[in-house]
Design a protein around this ligand. Structure first.
Ligand SMILES: [Zn+2]
Length: 288
């Protein structure tokens, strides 16, 4: 009898952790999700990918499941990436490897002409302001709350034509300055902009590049970002409901005309916001 118990224990210890990855092939700048059905004796910690570490959280709608979002950096080159699931089984630290195929997002290139001062800011005051704003934003994005504030699907921040997709390589006045980090919507100055989902307002500020900026924390490392606004209807620290008015669109910051720039950050990583919403709504937040 004792032998039998020991045998079962050993076999259980050797059993692989069960998981489900939404897409085993994912493009740079896109996100996938790994879900786990909670197993007895297992405590879930995180998934690591190179320098990246993504905490495994309780599913926002289904308490029998755990999940981790896996955002692929825009700068990730196509390859077979090895990710490690970290967990404890019967008190022992364990890891399990998952391979994800990262493919090329084949993003287009875009030429943009703007006033030179906005491309290569030369004054020390402006440079200091930019770095201060960048650091403040990264501090916000790096703040990960264990609880989720969401309980239903994400929505678009307004209904309008998309004028520029996520991921276009941006060439400002002939010099490459990264890529388009969000989705642009056509919006005349004064168009109402609404929260994509429930959350807490993490930042409300007029910034050099992004102009009138609102960041909403949805919990578990997920942030939505609303740029170039002309008016704010929310304050930092305020709880907001999905579809609540955040403010009015504008043409503030580094822009060529009025529009809304909508972005998503997961654990500091910028990802395609529309693909993120589709993934969340179809895989994690569909009615159960
Ligand atoms: Zn934009």
């Amino acid at each position: 009898m004792k032998f039998f118990v020991l045998f079962v224990f050993l076999v259980q210890g050797l059993l692989a952790l069960e998981y489900d990855v939404a897409d085993v092939s994912v493009a740079n700048g896109k996100t996938t999700v790994i879900t786990f059905a909670k197993e007895k004796g297992v405590s879930y910690d995180k998934v690591t990918h190179g320098e990246g570490s993504y905490k495994i959280f309780e599913h926002p709608l289904d308490k029998t499941k755990m999940y981790a979002l896996l955002p692929m950096s825009y700068y990730q080159t196509p390859s077979n990436e090895k990710l490690q699931i970290h967990y404890k089984q019967n008190g022992m630290n364990e890891t399990q490897e998952v391979t994800l195929k990262v493919k090329d997002g084949n993003y287009a290139k875009e030429q943009i002409q703007v006033s030179n001062e906005k491309v290569n800011p030369t004054s020390k005051a402006v440079k200091d302001r930019i770095s201060k704003e960048y650091n403040a934003a990264m501090k916000v994005y790096g703040t990960v709350h264990n609880e989720s504030y969401i309980s239903s699907a994400f929505i678009a921040p307004l209904e309008s034509k998309i004028t520029s997709d996520f991921g276009k390589a941006r060439v400002y006045n002939d010099s490459l300055k990264g890529y388009h980090s969000g989705t642009d919507y056509r919006a005349d100055v004064g168009t109402p902009i609404i929260a994509s989902n429930d959350g807490v307002v993490a930042l409300v500020e007029k910034r050099f590049y992004s102009g009138g900026t609102v960041l909403v924390d949805h919990g578990q490392g997920i942030y939505t970002c609303y740029f170039h606004m002309s008016k704010f209807n929310v304050k930092k620290g305020q709880k907001v409901k999905k579809a609540q008015l955040l403010g009015l669109s504008g043409a503030s910051g580094r822009v060529t005309g009025p529009h809304l720039h909508f972005a998503v950050r997961i654990n500091k990583v910028q990802v395609d916001p529309l693909q993120f919403i589709e993934l969340m709504n179809n895989k994690l937040l569909k009615e159960i």
